[in-house]
Design a protein around this ligand. Sequence first.
Ligand code: ATP
Ligand code: MG
Length: 297
Amino acid sequence: MNGKQIRKLLERTRLVDASGFRLRDHDPGDTAPKVVREAEAEALLAAGVARLSELQTLLYADARWSLLCVFQAMDAAGKDGTIKHVMSGVNPQGVQVHSFKAPSSDELAHDFLWRVQRELPKRGHIGIFNRSHYEEVLVTRVHPELLERQNLPDALRGRHVWRDRLRDIAAWEGYLARQGTVVLKFFLNISRNEQKQRFLDRIDNPAKHWKFRPEDVTERGHWDAYMEAYEAAIAATATPEAPWFVVPADSKWFARLVVVSAMIDALERLQLEPPRVTPQDEARMIEARRRLEMEKN
Ligand code: ATP
Ligand code: MG
């Protein structure tokens, strides 16, 4: 993918200030036909994955910045497949993927950022969150009984709880950015109808049965409440330090191109270079080479 294509894809999807943001202005079926064509998608993704791999090597060698990619979406939107394809070329030693499930009792006994903080990537590493702290303003907001289980003091569970959580999240992400973690957040935006088709496909295809959970169909009944919660979360937490990407995800190939573009763009902006070797190091290398050459066999 060339720089212009990357810029064009990100122009349509990146949000750094979402005041006035409305989810219904973002079409899940968009594929930017003037920028990329489906026929070239495979080759573009392969090139993007190769570029990402080079940049990851530089990130690792530089060992000062880290990259955190947060993935949020409704079920069957393609988080797993996107992560698998986009990260397929990078050295697994420099990447950690963490999937956040419903919190354990130990996790519930702490503040909600506790378990997330522990999974942050080290300097030089890429961290991938498959779901994240955002569940605390999404599923927990749609199902208030989950908030009940968190044993918050009564005085802190009032009507400002969601506004306060969103502010805390934005402040925490700003802190991470100021510590050298580049934060990118992806909302894989599928339409309600596409989700239905993917569920039907999972039911009809025995090889995909393991991906299907009947409860997901129940959860789909709360679609509008989820969309409201996503809209509020994105509007409150899209910042220049931690942008959201509202990724049209009805076409998997397109979603993957947007995600790889965002990661490439963010890493290129760091202008990473391999660490410089000092003259003393260079002298030591020359000496090491001389010793290797003197070895008998
Ligand atoms: P898949 O696409 O494979 O279904 P998934 O991310 O949905 O992937 P699951 O194991 O099906 O993975 O679901 C994880 C569940 O954990 C989700 O229903 C999610 O809402 C829930 N969850 C994650 N974080 C929290 C949280 N903080 N509080 C309550 N529930 C949570
Ligand atoms: Mg699921």
